[in-house]
Design a binder for this molecule. Structure first.
Ligand SMILES: CC(C)(COP(=O)(O)OP(=O)(O)OC[C@H]1O[C@@H](n2cnc3c(N)ncnc32)[C@H](O)[C@@H]1OP(=O)(O)O)[C@@H](O)C(=O)NCCC(=O)NCCS
Length: 145
């Protein structure tokens, strides 16, 4: 099955898949996330299409040093057939072709069982804590929250 860059035609199907697989959160706009990744030269969204349906995705992007994976998802009806592995491999290849030396991802604590999917693919706990904050709110507001 072919993995290609997500096209405009399939954007909404990809977002539907992210909702179905529990990857969306109310404070994120998945459509905007996808459009931003597709617009920038250092990021993309890869998709697996079968019978005109998006059955899997992986968003990736890099800062030159580290690559990240986001929205790794497979249609629940197609899970357990190696599609997830193929998507992670394709995203890793996309990064390698751009000479990015590392790849990593964040696993939400409530989704820790998915670590069993990533470990056979060579991903290891990096023994770091990720700190973050939003930048799309005013400084004053961000400081209070
Ligand atoms: C994670 C996900 C992309 C895997 O896709 P997939 O096509 O089922 O993956 P594969 O078939 O390539 O590999 C599945 C293997 O991982 C193992 N695995 C262990 N824990 C798993 C888990 N929580 N979810 C999926 N697979 C898991 C399976 O047992 C299977 O092992 P096997 O090949 O020895 O039988 C898919 O389950 C999914 O969309 N999950 C919901 C979204 C999600 O949590 N994404 C990751 C965000 S960090």
């Amino acid at each position: 099955m072919q993995i290609t860059e997500l096209s405009e035609k399939y954007l909404h199907q990809a977002v539907d898949l992210w909702e179905t697989t529990g990857l969306t959160r109310p404070w994120n706009d998945p459509l905007a996330d996808a459009r931003r990744a597709l617009r920038e030269p250092t990021s993309t969204v890869l998709a697996m299409i079968e019978n005109d349906q998006v059955v899997g995705t992986a968003m990736t992007g890099h800062d030159g040093h580290r690559g990240w994976l986001y929205y790794v998802a497979v249609d629940p009806r197609r899970q357990g057939n190696g599609l997830g592995r193929s998507l992670v491999d394709a995203a890793s290849r996309w990064l390698r072709e751009r000479a990015v030396p590392k790849v990593q991802l964040m696993v939400r604590s409530e989704n820790a069982s998915v670590i069993d999917f990533y470990e056979p693919l060579g991903f290891e706990d990096q023994q770091v804590v990720v700190l973050g904050r939003r930048l799309d709110q005013s400084e004053a507001r961000a400081g209070k929250e």
